[in-house]
Write a protein that binds this ligand. Structure first.
Ligand code: SF4
Ligand code: SF4
Length: 392
């Protein structure tokens, strides 16, 4: 198969029908942490400062109406809401209950709730509330304190936050039975000073059986802190992969690695960090603005305009207004890359070069090497008759 046809086929596996199915809702615009890599506060965008610190019931009610309208138009009976910040728990238990009640009452639509938190404010009441409304929550934690505290620091005094978080988690696991049913897993931003295998071991030792590894947000025009090129990330990812794969049946679920393997084996890949379709996802800010994927705000310019809002516009307009299909069209290097099925060209904001997105990811070398290693392992370990899906 000529390489450009491979590109088209892979692309279709990431682009279901281009219709919005999920909104990230910024219920709080402030945070009790000040992570050095945070795309909200520390990568050049300051739009959060001009928005209400906490989303109002009025905005949530309008959002609920917009979801009904959107789902009626496209024939959906369910929609996913990701409650996000800043730190979403800063809205407090009472207001969060109102948010969940209003959204749950969305006419003719079942809302699936997920929430991402730094976990420091979690307590029994939060877990019970999540259990009541079936909110699956994820924790942000970057590994052991000696690694994570380099960057995940308290806003108040710059001190580390990880010991405190681990104490909160251990107390909830011990005392609140519902914790296990509502806890979805962890997000870990890679710090390339760490050893990837040791990070995998640490998560397993802490009893975290599901997590994801995230590449720090940045691009050629807005480099991640301490950037020394993609090599340290290549090393980290290969170390993590070897350890994960070597654990066999005892391996934790690591979304990035599982998804890339799935892509190589011919499966569908919808993960936004691996080239998933950003038409299917929008952001609702606390003032009701409808945004493109929030991480793209670090690219500035037209990616972070506020022309749309839920009081005047339908949700689906975000795809045409931001020209999402145009933005995410792959460059010729990615379109003909033998590892496109695993990598997808990487995360859209990581492709930006100050002018546009028609470039390989800033992390291309690392992603390419990881996919190559996965391909070798698959060839080595899978029976010949199952290898037909592996892209050549
Ligand atoms: S916890 Fe999340 S929102 Fe808060 S500073 Fe850290 S990365 Fe940003
Ligand atoms: S970013 Fe690199 S590895 Fe990924 S598809 Fe593009 S060229 Fe291939």
């Amino acid at each position: 198969m000529p390489s450009n046809e491979v590109g088209r086929e892979q692309k279709s596996r990431r682009f279901k029908d281009g219709v919005l199915r999920q909104a990230i809702v910024k219920v709080a615009q402030r945070c009790n942490l000040d992570c050095t890599y945070c795309y909200v506060y520390n990568r050049g965008d300051s739009s959060w400062a001009n928005r209400p610190p906490v989303i109002s019931e009025r905005v949530i009610r309008r959002l609920s109406e917009r979801i009904t309208e959107h789902c009626r138009k496209f024939g959906f009976d369910s929609f996913t809401i990701e409650l996000h910040g800043g730190e979403p728990l800063l809205v407090g238990h009472r207001h969060m209950r109102r948010i969940l009640e209003i959204l749950r009452a969305t006419e003719n639509v079942t809302i699936h709730f997920v929430l991402q938190t730094n976990g420091l404010l979690l307590d029994r009441a939060w877990v019970e509330l999540f259990d009541e409304f079936e909110v699956c929550f994820g924790l942000s934690i970057d590994g052991p304190p000696e690694i994570a505290d380099r960057r995940r620091v308290m806003r108040q005094d710059g001190s580390g936050s990880t010991e405190q978080l681990l104490a909160v988690i251990s107390g909830l696991r011990r005392d609140v039975p519902e914790f296990r049913s509502v806890f979805g897993g962890c997000l870990c931003v890679i710090d390339p000073i760490a050893n990837g295998a040791e990070i995998v071991d640490w998560f397993v030792k802490q009893g975290f059986s599901e997590f994801d590894l995230l590449l720090p947000n940045g691009n050629r025009a807005n480099l991640p802190d301490e950037w020394q090129g993609p090599e340290p990330y290549r090393r980290f990812l290969l170390e993590a992969f070897e350890r994960w794969y070597g654990l066999g049946e005892a391996a934790p679920r690591i979304r990035m690695l599982e998804t890339m393997m799935t892509g190589l084996l011919g499966g569908d890949v919808y993960l936004d960090s691996l080239g998933g379709d950003l038409q299917m996802l929008c952001v609702i800010e606390s003032d009701g603005s409808i945004g493109l994927s929030d991480v793209t705000r670090l690219c500035g310019g037209d990616c972070s305009h506020d022309r749309l809002n839920i009081f005047e516009h339908e949700l689906s307009l975000h795809a045409s207004d931001y020209e999402v299909m145009n933005l995410q069209t792959l460059c010729s290097t990615c379109a003909s890359c033998p590892n496109l099925s695993a990598c997808g060209g990487g995360y859209l904001p990581h492709r930006f070069d100050g002018q546009g997105f028609s470039n390989p990811s800033l992390y291309c070398d690392a992603l390419f090497a990881l996919a190559d290693r996965m391909r070798t392992v698959i060839r080595r370990d899978l029976p010949e008759k199952l290898l037909c899906k592996l892209e050549e």
